[in-house]
Design a protein around this ligand. Sequence first.
Ligand SMILES: [Fe+2]
Length: 300
Amino acid sequence: MAVAASGYLRISATDVDAWMDFGTGVLGLMDAAREDADGARFLRMDDHPFRFMIEPGDADRLLATGLEFPTESDWLQAVASVKSAGHAIEVGSAHEAARRCVSAFATAEDPCGNTVELYWGRHLDYVPLASPTGVREFVTTYRQTGDMGFGHLVLPAPDIDAATTFYTELLGFGVSDILHPPGMGPMRIHFMHANNPRQHSLALFSGEHPLGVVHMMVEVGSMDEVGLAMDRAKAADVHFLATLGRHVNDNMCSIYILAPGGIAVEYGYDGLLIDPETHVATVSDEGDLWGHEYNFPGVN
Ligand SMILES: [Fe+2]
């Protein structure tokens, strides 16, 4: 059975307080008011106990992506698939599972060295979102099918074909779109959906990235809430990696801003919903309908 969603991220931050200020004050996420013995802080966006675990570290980078499976038997099958394909995979301790608020998880690396944590059985506490900036809701669920995960992320994958095989053949992702970004030669981005209507929950970029993630995305329920986030980011003097624009493949209307330490966060509205059972993969030669003018820090 296929992976259900990209459920959570673990992020290493050299300045956890700055990341929390950004997460709450700019993104509008809720401080989950949990702190663990290792100094991690937690951000929530819905009735999950957290979606982002911010851990103190020597570097700013993505540590791991939590991938959700619907049941214990689906999870066991996925773990067995990864193992039988020759990849190392290790079941986490009960303590580490409790820290993630999951019933069980197992850690593996994809063929490009990105760490994934396969889990099932998230423990929900149903505390409603109380966004410190008044965000009404983050788009994380679909009423017919349940969890759609926190949003999406793009991972670096220089060996993109091996990584795509890992996510599709072993974990059950489906390819949604293959993008040839204009002006980037042979580079490709493979967008993949989990077994939920979000057009992509995870994508692979055929290059390196020093932070272990090309960008992560969260979605809000109206264009005004994207605009309000733009205003908050400007007021907080946050770097805009891209102006407002609309993507072609998932229709997301979004901005890109940099979190403390440099991870790019896409903040969007109006993402396309698909039927994961019947979706036919597209091949795109354009990334945007309009906008998304990039401004990489230090590059003129
Ligand atoms: Fe994106």
